[in-house]
Design a protein around this ligand. Structure first.
Ligand SMILES: C[S@@+](CC[C@H](N)C(=O)[O-])C[C@H]1O[C@@H](n2cnc3c(N)ncnc32)[C@H](O)[C@@H]1O
Length: 406
């Protein structure tokens, strides 16, 4: 199977910022020496779970963002052959549904004429598809088609909202306000919603048609969790591949706040998750054993020092715990883009490699360092943040856990 091409298509299930480029999976799987579980503590949309599924490996994927549950479930079901048409038919029922429900700030995000549809579609979801269990931070499905319904309905709801569709972030775009006013003046709102829903469903169905189904049904465990304080990391890990945030290039929870509200995640939970996101949380007590890190901090103003301290201490804590729980000879791959702070490049992967190889029994894998100049990927450009030119280069390092000499 052509893993790269297959995953590229599956990425159409729902967008997520800074996904793994699908070409790195072949290299990662080719370096595995032991059989066991595949783990990603910062899994985002769960791309590694999909790659592992297609390669017949069990996987465990964690993230702070509850979207992981929706995207992984929908994507795995696409691979398993669930009918996309059926999920679309459920939306037809939803458009006739009488018990509506809207997030509290819906009037700010949707034009008046659209609110009735949004309310029916998400009222139907709450009553018939799934609910969010706030204490477990998990969706509890009533219907196995819940996640496919969700990705199609989220896509159409977003297209009909005032947020800009071209960037993964919720903000009221002046362009979109004007565009929606024009669209709604000449189209029936239901037809418009239906057009967007069908567009998404057709894209997913095309991806499904071109898939080669694997001859296996591996286990996929998804968990919404703060990885910094998680009590128990998975055992029996043969390989971990992960991509932590690229310092402050993206606020992931904020980017999906509109989706999370529609899915029934309470506002207070969204705020709490935002405060736990790396690097928007306090540093922790961890000694970073990297000369590159020490050089980086020199001469930086207090505010930016604190930012990097928060970023590296929290991220390295997660990587250390991942490595400590892996089996001997297991592989740890870390992938990240080179962000900038005050115009200075932050060589995230170099710091990670220096720290982990000094502190733990991890060694670089031959041929396991990759630098990828980004040509086609549109990463975080045109933002008013610390990376106004986007991320120009991404790096991967692969490390192997050496047996401890006794
Ligand atoms: C670069 S993205 C990962 C993208 C992923 N590789 C993919 O292919 O979709 C980094 C992820 O780290 C997550 N993250 C940030 N802080 C976290 C925390 N404290 N606990 C768990 N996940 C966290 C973010 O929600 C985000 O999804």
């Amino acid at each position: 199977m052509n893993l790269e091409a297959t995953l590229g298509k599956l990425y159409s299930v729902y967008m997520y910022p800074a996904r793994f480029p699908s070409k790195i999976f072949d290299l990662f799987f080719s370096k595995l020496e032991v059989r066991g579980v595949i783990f990603d503590p910062f899994a985002g949309s769960g791309s590694l779970a999909l790659a592992s599924y297609l390669k017949c490996y069990d996987s465990v994927v964690w993230d702070l963002n509850p979207m992981i549950h929706v995207i992984v479930d929908a994507s795995v079901n696409v691979v398993r052959g669930y009918s996309v048409g059926e999920a679309l038919r459920l939306l037809e029922d939803a458009l006739r549904y009488g018990r509506g429900w809207l997030p509290s700030d819906a009037g700010y995000w949707w034009p008046e004429q659209v609110l009735d549809i949004i309310s029916r579609v998400w009222g139907f979801f709450r009553d018939n598809m799934a609910s969010f269990n706030d204490s477990k931070l998990a969706f509890e499905p009533y219907d196995e088609r819940w996640s496919l319904y969700a990705v199609i309905a989220l896509y159409a709801s977003r297209r009909l909202s005032y947020t800009d569709d071209s960037v993964p972030k919720w903000f009221k775009s002046r362009y979109k306000v004007g565009r929606l006013a024009t669209l709604l003046s000449v189209n029936d709102v239901r037809e418009l919603f239906w057009r967007y829903a069908r567009l998404k469903a057709v894209r997913i169905a095309r991806a499904q048609e071109s898939l080669v189904k694997p001859n296996c049904k591996p286990n996929v465990e998804v968990k919404v969790v703060d990885v910094v304080t998680a009590s128990k990391y998975p055992d029996g890990v043969a390989g971990a591949l992960t991509s932590p945030p690229y310092v402050q290039a993206q606020e992931y929870i904020r980017s999906f706040s509109g989706e999370l509200k529609l899915l029934g995640v309470p506002d207070s939970t969204i705020s709490r998750l935002r405060s736990l996101e790396i690097p928007y949380r306090p540093p922790i007590n961890l000694n970073v054993e990297s000369p590159t890190y020490q050089e980086l901090l020199e001469g930086l103003e207090h505010k930016y020092r604190k930012l990097l301290e928060s970023y590296f201490t929290n991220t390295l804590q997660v990587l250390e715990r991942t490595a400590e729980n892996m089996m001997e000879k297991a592989i740890l791959g870390v992938f990240a883009g080179e962000a900038t702070v005050r115009g200075k490049p932050v060589p995230i992967i170099k710091v990670v490699r220096e720290h982990l190889t000094r502190k733990l029994n991890l060694r670089e894998v031959e041929g396991g360092i990759i630098e990828d100049r980004i040509r086609r990927r549109r990463l975080f450009k045109k933002r008013k943040n610390m990376n106004p030119n986007g991320i120009q280069v991404e790096h991967l390092t692969l490390l192997r856990k050496e047996p401890i000499k006794r």
